[in-house]
Design a protein around this ligand. Structure first.
Ligand code: XMP
Length: 327
């Protein structure tokens, strides 16, 4: 493609007009690259892949095939939103695969964090490859690679994993329409393409999902406690004007229990840890201090609404020494 590298003199996309011009240019380039062939996209519902999907729907419509793999570790409401936005509203060709049982069965009893990550990543590629093999005539693979991915990969900071991993017999030509954009530019472009604000401006979410917030061996009941408490936290942050202001906020449910009391009876349940942090580069993070009222309200909601939780703790540790995620 012509725009393989970000030109040194490229103006930062900060306005709707600049975003519209970029979209128009990219759509023309995509039409030329793809012609009447088919394109495959792994659509996670994250910002980058969602923007790529929206762009390709505009450029080639039904020639795009999106595959959304639900690994069972997504946040509450996420797979539903992907289906609603892309299949129902944008009329995309979307294959939804609920692979929850497959992932959770493979992860059962696995306690080591790196092994968990490897299982999740490996299984994801396998499920995606299986779906790809069922399809005929796919020549292109679209990816939400962005400019920092390329810079970090060139600097040896992190491997650029997007393209890797698919089996030998599944090699496609790549389509990477947001490859020269920084994250803030991807967000503006996404907005102009009509994606909902809560999709475009969402906080970072790790690929292994809630799996790294359910430390140790993942069980379905503890995973549900993470998912439900995370949903309450997100709802309360949105209501209190903190959504989009705090970099990242989530809950963790560790694998130990403590004694409590409810309705005059002894309980023996998990604690729920709340972590809310701010940063610019994620190398160093500071803790967001919440108001006493919000803390009281969060504690009350989580202990009364989330089964299996009898205690709420706050993580006030910066990075370093603590990383953002627990695994
Ligand atoms: P840590 O825990 O390393 O996190 O301080 C820094 C940022 O990276 C996110 N993160 C990940 N993102 N796959 C991802 O896509 C991962 O495996 C992963 N691990 C951590 C984390 O949420 C934080 O924003």
């Amino acid at each position: 493609m012509a725009n393989d590298r970000r030109p040194d003199d490229m103006v930062r996309i900060t306005t709707p007009e600049l975003a519209d011009a970029f979209i128009e240019e990219q759509i023309a380039a995509l039409k030329e690259q793809i012609g009447d062939k088919k394109v495959l996209l792994a659509l996670s519902g994250g910002v980058d892949s969602s923007v790529v999907a929206a762009m390709l729907i505009k450029a080639v419509g039904q020639q795009l095939v999106c595959v959304h793999v639900n690994h069972g570790l997504l946040r509450k409401g996420e797979p539903e939103q992907v289906i609603e936005v892309f299949r129902n509203q944008m009329k995309a060709n979307l294959i939804y695969v609920d692979a929850t049982d497959r992932f959770l069965d493979k992860l059962a009893g696995v306690t080591d964090p790196e092994t968990k990550r490897k299982i999740i990543g490996g299984e994801f590629i396998e499920v995606f490859a299986e779906e790809a093999k069922k399809l005929d005539g796919i020549e292109f693979l679209a990816q939400g690679t962005i400019w920092p991915d390329i810079l970090e990969s060139e600097a040896g900071i992190k491997a650029h994993h997007n393209a890797g991993g698919l089996p030998e017999d599944l090699q496609f030509e790549l389509v990477e329409p947001v490859k020269i954009l920084f994250k803030d530019e991807v967000r503006i472009v996404g907005e102009r393409l009509g994606l909902p604000a809560n999709m475009v401006y969402r906080q970072p979410f790790p690929g292994p999902g809630l799996g790294v917030r359910c430390p140790g061996a993942i069980t379905r009941d503890r995973l549900e406690a993470v998912r439900e408490s995370d949903a309450i936290l997100r709802e309360e942050f949105a209501k209190n004007g903190l959504e989009g202001k705090v970099w990242q906020y989530f809950t963790v449910v560790p694998d130990f229990k403590s004694t409590g009391v409810k309705d005059g009876k002894r309980t023996f349940d998990w604690p729920c840890i709340i972590r809310a942090i701010n940063t610019t580069d994620v190398m160093e993070v500071t803790v967001e201090h919440l108001s006493d009222e919000l803390i009281d309200h969060l504690v009350k909601r989580i202990i009364s609404e989330v089964p299996g939780i009898n205690r709420v703790l706050f993580d006030y540790t910066p990075k370093p020494p603590a990383t953002v995620e627990y695994e």
